[in-house]
Design a protein around this ligand. Sequence first.
Ligand code: ADP
Length: 391
Amino acid sequence: MAQSPANPHKSSSPTVALSETDLRKRFQAIFHNTFQFMFLVDMDGIMLEMNQAATNITGIHAREAIGNALWELDCWADEAARNKLKTSIYRASGGEFVRYTSEMRNLEGASSVIDLSIKPVFGEQGDIDFFVVEGRDITNLKRLEFERDRERQYADTWQKLNEMKNEFVSQVSHELRTPLASIIGFAQTLLRSPQIAPEKAQQFLTIILDDGRRLERLVEDLLDISRIESGKTTLITQNLDVNGLLDYALHIIAPEATSKNITLERTYEAPTRFLALDHDRMTQVFVNLLSNAVKFTPKNGRVDVETVVDEKNGELHVLVRDTGVGIPQNDVPRLFEKFFRAKQRDHEGKEIRGTGLGLAIAKQIIELHGGTIGVESALGQGSTFTICLPM
Ligand code: ADP
C-alpha cells in the first residue's frame, strides 16, 4: 500500500502539550478578535488585560489602562455608572455572575447603552483568580425597542382618540334624540287633533318649548366645550372682586331659589380680594354651581356660599354648600366628565334633568384660571363644591 504524505499541520501524537507561547498566542487570537469588548480585572477591580474591541469602543489603549481600577477609566457615562460597576464587582467577588445595563461614552462623546456582565473565574483551589468583564453595545437595539414602543403608544393613543370620538358622537346623538322625539311627537299630535282641548294644547306646547330650550342649551354647551377644548378660548381677565362676582351670581339665581323657598346664605370670610378673572366665564361657573345646588335641593332647603383665604397655599377658596339630595360616592369621581349625570330623583321620584356638561365646562374654565375644583358629598345630606383660585 502506498504511504500517504505526512500532513505538516497534523501532530503525530494527539496529546502533545502546547507550549506556553502557543497557548498565549491562541488566547490572544481569541481575546482580541471577539466582537464583545472584554476586560480582565483582579479582585480589587484593577485592570489586568483589555482586548482590541475594548480599545475600539473606549479609545483607550491597554498600556494606559492596565494597573488602574476599571471604574476609573475615562469611558463611563457618569458617576452613577462608575459606582454601579464598583458595587457590581464587589457583588461578583461573592462568586455571583452579575449582569446589567450600563452607559458608556464613545469616542465622539455620545452615550452608548451597554449590556455588561461580570463573571468570576475560579482557580484550582476554588478561589476567584480574576473577573471577566464583558460588554456589548446595544444602543441600536434599545433605539429600535424605543421606536417600536413609541409607535405602539401612537397607535394606542390614536385608537383611544377614535373611541372617544365615537363615544362622544353617540352620546351627543343620544342626548339630542330624546328632546327631538318629544318635540316631533307632540307637534304631530297637535297637528292631527284639531279638536284638542285648549288646556291640553297648552300643555303640549309647553313641553315642546321646554324641550326646544333643552336642545338649545345642549347645543350651546356643546359649542362652548368644543371651543374650550380646542384651545380657542382665551380668557379676558381683569382684576375682579370675587365676593362681588358671587353677589352677582346669587342675584341671577335668586328667582329660582325663591320659587322653591330655598334660603341663600353667604359668609364672606375673605375680605375683598381682587383676582385676575374673566368676568363672564367666572359668572358662568358660579351660576352653574348655584343653579345645580338649587336644582338638587328639595323645597325649603338651604344653599350657602362661602369665601375663605388660604394664606398658606396662597389661594382663595369658594365653597358652594347645599342641603340637597347628595351624590352617590361611586359617582363622585366621574362628576366632572362630559355628559355624566348621577341621575338623582327629586322628592316626587322624578328624574332631575340636565345636560351633564355644566361641570365639565366649569372644570375647564377654573383650570384655565390656574385653579382647581372638587366636590364632597353625602347622599341625602348635601354636597359641597370647592373652587380654589390662586391669589
Ligand atoms: P347637569 O346639572 O346639567 O346635569 P352638570 O355637569 O352641571 O350637568 O352636573 C352633572 C351631574 O352632577 C348632575 O347631573 C348631578 O347628577 C350631579 N350634581 C351636580 N351638582 C350637584 C349638586 N349640587 N347636588 C347633587 N348632585 C349634583
